[in-house]
Design a protein around this ligand. Structure first.
Ligand SMILES: Nc1ncnc2c1ncn2[C@@H]1O[C@H](COP(=O)(O)OP(=O)(O)OP(=O)(O)O)[C@@H](O)[C@H]1O
Ligand SMILES: Nc1ncnc2c1ncn2[C@@H]1O[C@H](COP(=O)(O)OP(=O)(O)OP(=O)(O)O)[C@@H](O)[C@H]1O
Ligand SMILES: [Mg+2]
Ligand SMILES: [Mg+2]
Lengths: 255, 255
C-alpha cells in the first residue's frame, strides 16, 4: 500500500494541512515521499513552491498524453520530498474530460510509471466529490479522511463513504478507508468532546488515536513555506502530526 | 438590489456561517428574508431545518420545470425567515445540465416569480466555481465574499474575481461585488493583522469595516438550530454579525 488520498468534500477541514505535514514528517523520517496536488486552489503546492514558478503541472499530465508525471514533479527544500504541483487550470478538467472513457483513471495511469520511485505518495484533493477527487480515489490504495470539530462535520461523511464504496465497486477494488483523523480540536470546548465522541461512535476503530488540536502555529507555517516540523519543531502541533505519521505508517505497512 | 450571493471557492471560510447569521439578523429586524441553499452539503439548510424532513428541494426546482421555487420554500422558527433547502442531489446538477442552453440561468429564472415576496434573498454556495455557484452569481444583484484569516486566503480570490467578471460580461451585467468580510480573525495573532492588512491593500473600500472574530459560540449555535442572535445574543459574535448586517443593508440600499 503506497498511495494515500486525503479527502473530504467539506471545505476547510484540514485536508491540505494534513497532507503537507504528513508528507513532511515522512520525508524527515527518510521515506521518499511524493505529494500530488489535484486541488485547483493549489494550496499544497504553494506551501512548498512559489506558484509563479510553476508552469506545466498536473493539469497537463491528466489531459495531454505527451506529458508524463515525471515531467512536472519538482523537488522541495526538504530532502526526500517532491511535489507534483496543481494550478487553477485543473478546474477545467471535469468539463474537458466529459465523455472520455478513461476520465476516472487518468491519475492512476499517470502515476503507474513513477510509483516505484517513492515509498509513499499522498494526494491532496479539492472540497468536492467531482472528477478530481474521484481520480484520486481510483489511483489510491487507501483514503485518509480529516474531520474537523464542527457541527457540520459529520453530515457530509455519509456521501463521502458512499462515493468511496462506488469507486471500490466500479473502479478500484483495493480502495480502503485508512482512517479518520479529527482536526482543529480545542479540547476545552463541549463541541470538541461531542464531535470526538460522535466520530468514535460512527467510525469505531477506524479513528486514529491522534487528535490534531487547533493551533496558530499550523496556520502560520505555510506563510514561511515550511511544514510544522521545521517551523515549530517543539510545538504540540508538530508532536501531533509526528504521532499521526507513525500511526499512518503502521496502518500502511500492515494494510 | 435584493439578491446577494455569498461565495468563495476556498473551503471552510465562513460562507454558511455568514449566510445564516446575516439572514437571521435581517429577519429579526423585520425584513422578509429568503435563504436559498445551493450547496449539496446543505449546511445552511440543516442550521434551520431537520434534513430528514426535507424531500423536494432546490435540486428539483432547478431540474424539473413543473416544480416552482415556492413549492420547496419552507418557513423556519424565526418569523420573517424562509429557507429554500438543498440536498445532496444537487451534486448531480452539473452533469445533468451539461449542454442545456439555459443551464446557468435556472436559478435566476426560478427565483423571478417569487422575488417580490421578500425584502432580501441570500444564496449560500458550495466551495467551488462550478455550475451551482455560477447559477447563484447569475441570479444575484451582488456578491459578498468572506475571506478567512489564513495564509491560503488571498490566493484563490483572483480566480473568484475573474469568474465574477466573466459572469458580469456574459450573463449578468448588473452583478457587483457588495463587499469583502474578514472572518475567523483572532486579532491577537500576527497572521490576523497581516491578512487584514493585505485584504485592505487588495480590496480597499470594498472591505467591510466589521471583522468577524473567531468565536466558539459561532461553532456551537448550529447544533441548537439557532443563529448567533438567539443562541448568544449578548456575545461579541452576535454584535459583529449585527454590525455586518447593518453595513450590508446600507450598501444594498444605496447599490
Ligand atoms: N489544527 C489546526 N489548527 C488551526 N488551524 C488549522 C488547523 N488545521 C488547518 N488549519 C487552518 O484552517 C484553514 C483550513 O485548513 P486547510 O486549508 O488545510 O483545509 P482544507 O480541507 O484543505 O480546505 P479546502 O477544502 O479549501 O481544500 C487553513 O487556514 C489552515 O491553516
Ligand atoms: N467566526 C468564526 N469563529 C469560529 N468558528 C467559525 C467562525 N465562522 C465559521 N466557523 C466555523 O468554521 C467552520 C467552517 O465554517 P462554514 O461552514 O461557515 O464555512 P463555509 O465556507 O460555508 O464552508 P464550505 O466551504 O464547506 O461551504 C464551521 O465549523 C463553522 O462553525
Ligand atoms: Mg485544501
Ligand atoms: Mg458552507
Amino acid at each position: 500500500m503506497r498511495i494515500v488520498a486525503i479527502a473530504n468534500q467539506k471545505g476547510g477541514v484540514g485536508k491540505t494541512t494534513t497532507a503537507v505535514n504528513l508528507a513532511a514528517a515522512f520525508a524527515l523520517q527518510g521515506h521518499r515521499t511524493l505529494l500530488v496536488d489535484v486541488d485547483p486552489q493549489a494550496n499544497s503546492t504553494m506551501t512548498f513552491i512559489d506558484l509563479r514558478q510553476v508552469d506545466r503541472n498536473v493539469y497537463h499530465v491528466l489531459t495531454d498524453a505527451r506529458t508524463p508525471m515525471e515531467a512536472v514533479v519538482r523537488p522541495t527544500a526538504l530532502p526526500n520530498l517532491w511535489v507534483a504541483p496543481a494550478r487553477i487550470a485543473l478546474a477545467k478538467l471535469e468539463s474537458q474530460l466529459v465523455g472520455e472513457l478513461d476520465a476516472h483513471f487518468r491519475l492512476k495511469d499517470r502515476l503507474k510509471p513513477i510509483a516505484d520511485r517513492y515509498d509513499l505518495i499522498l494526494v491532496d484533493t479539492p472540497p468536492a466529490l467531482g472528477l478530481l477527487t474521484v481520480n484520486a480515489l481510483v489511483a489510491a490504495d487507501a483514503v485518509l479522511i480529516p474531520i474537523q470539530v464542527s457541527y457540520y462535520a459529520l453530515e457530509g461523511t455519509e456521501d463521502l463513504l458512499e462515493t468511496i464504496q462506488k469507486v471500490k465497486q466500479h473502479a478500484n477494488p483495493r480502495l480502503q478507508v485508512l482512517g479518520i483523523v479529527v482536526t482543529m480540536a480545542d479540547r476545552r470546548t463541549v463541541l470538541a468532546r461531542d464531535v470526538i465522541e460522535q466520530v468514535h461512535r460512527t467510525f469505531g476503530p477506524l479513528v486514529f488515536e491522534t487528535v490534531i488540536s487547533r493551533s496558530v502555529r499550523l496556520e502560520e507555517s505555510p506563510a514561511y513555506r515550511e511544514s510544522i516540523h521545521t517551523y515549530a519543531p517543539d510545538s504540540q502541533a508538530a508532536r501531533e502530526y509526528q504521532a499521526l505519521a507513525e500511526e499512518v505508517l503502521r496502518r500502511v505497512q500492515t494494510g
